[in-house]
Design a protein around this ligand. Structure first.
Ligand code: CA
Length: 225
């Protein structure tokens, strides 16, 4: 899951990025409205959710929100803002935002709202299963045949992505876009390292791998293992 955060206060954006990365999200930051608008529109198919500050130099969060909505009616948008009158809230929601979080807010609240919006978007619960594998997003836990598996944040995010797309081939470039942020150098070979790490932790000796390699394309979860 990849997030664009448009926020001009580095203290706030750094705090949010660190917290969300610990939860396995990839986070790109834009520090002003104009950059935020460009990143939002140029990569409209890559972001799963947008977090927009309201008061930004250059272009306001409301203008960015409206521009995103012209391109995509569904993608979740949350305003993070010091504005807190009823009129402002209504204005923000009218501009196409799904939710509105008043600063200062607790990180846990932001996380909870992101989870709710992503759940609404996919219409799914936060449990993903394939074979004996089970990933619980809320508990941030993976089990195999009921045994807990200890994964790094990136391994967890990678497994979540593969399970969300169970039955489909996940292209390596798409995995990079969804799990690594914009500063990543797009060297897709790093995915192989993480896939091998996952296999070591998830695969049973003598059985087929849980993650199938589709040569030249990417990977697919093997539901039969
Ligand atoms: Ca601001």
């Amino acid at each position: 899951m990849r997030i664009l955060l448009v926020e001009d206060e580095p203290g706030i954006s750094g705090f949010i990025k660190d917290g969300l990365e610990e939860e396995g999200f990839a986070v790109d930051i834009a520090g002003n409205g104009r950059t935020g608008l460009e990143m939002a529109i140029d990569n409209i198919s890559e972001y799963d959710i947008y977090l927009l500050d309201w008061m930004l130099p250059g272009v306001s969060g409301v203008e960015i929100c409206r521009s995103i909505r012209k391109e995509n009616k569904e993608v979740p948008i949350i305003f993070l803002t010091a504005k807190d009158t009823v009129d402002d809230t209504v204005f923000g929601l009218d501009a196409g935002a799904n939710d509105y979080l008043k600063k200062p807010f607790a990180f846990e609240e932001l996380l909870a709202r992101i989870r709710v919006l992503l759940r609404n978007k996919t219409g799914a619960l936060h449990i993903f299963e394939a074979g004996a594998m089970r990933l619980d997003l809320d508990a941030h836990q993976v089990t195999n045949n009921g045994h807990p598996i200890d994964l790094t944040q990136k391994e967890f995010a990678l497994l979540e992505y593969l399970l969300r797309n169970k039955g489909k081939v996940c292209r390596r470039t798409r995995i990079i876009e969804k799990i690594w942020d914009i500063h990543f150098d797009k060297d897709t070979s790093v995915i192989d390292v993480f896939i091998n790490g996952l296999r070591k932790k998830l695969d049973q000796p003598g059985k087929e791998s849980f993650v199938q390699t589709i040569r030249g394309v990417g990977y697919r979860v093997n539901d039969d293992v």
